[in-house]
Design a protein around this ligand. Structure first.
Ligand code: THU
Length: 130
């Protein structure tokens, strides 16, 4: 896993952010299970609360470019600082990466199971009705 390349890719993605309200450019990048890299950036909104985090637009990219699963994820500001995904985004990453997906954190590279312990996830849902 080339974490340095992934981090540089996230910083580049942050360059596409639309963040006139917070001024914080955020980019995310993930290696997928087929080896490709997908990216996202935050896209804010005049209603503030409806802004999209970088991880959310990256989830769209995953689906739009062939699906699959996240294997390794990093989230960076436009100036290269490491950012931890917010709670909502951890849930989004967990859905599409599962407990073994690796995340770049201030405590090192950790599996999602450690950054979203005791997660509610797809395994806890009942079978959908026929
Ligand atoms: N943001 C992200 O894109 N990802 C996160 O995990 C945390 C926060 C964005 C949302 C908002 O556009 C800006 O950062 C400031 O909160």
């Amino acid at each position: 896993m080339d974490w340095e390349l992934l981090r540089e890719t996230a910083v580049k993605a942050a360059g596409h952010a639309y963040c006139p309200y917070s001024g914080l450019r955020v980019g995310s990048a993930a290696v997928c299970d087929d080896g490709r890299i997908v990216t996202g950036c935050n896209v804010e909104n005049a209603s503030y609360g409806l802004g999209l985090c970088a991880e959310c637009t990256m989830a769209g990219q995953l689906r739009l470019t062939g699906g699959g699963r996240f294997v390794a994820v990093t989230c960076r500001s436009g100036t290269g600082e490491l950012l931890m995904p917010c709670g909502r985004c951890r849930q989004v990453l967990y859905e599409l990466g599962g407990p073994d997906c690796l995340l770049d954190t201030p405590r090192g590279i950790l599996p999602m199971s450690e950054v979203l312990p005791d997660a509610f996830g797809p395994d806890q849902l009942p079978e959908p009705p026929a």
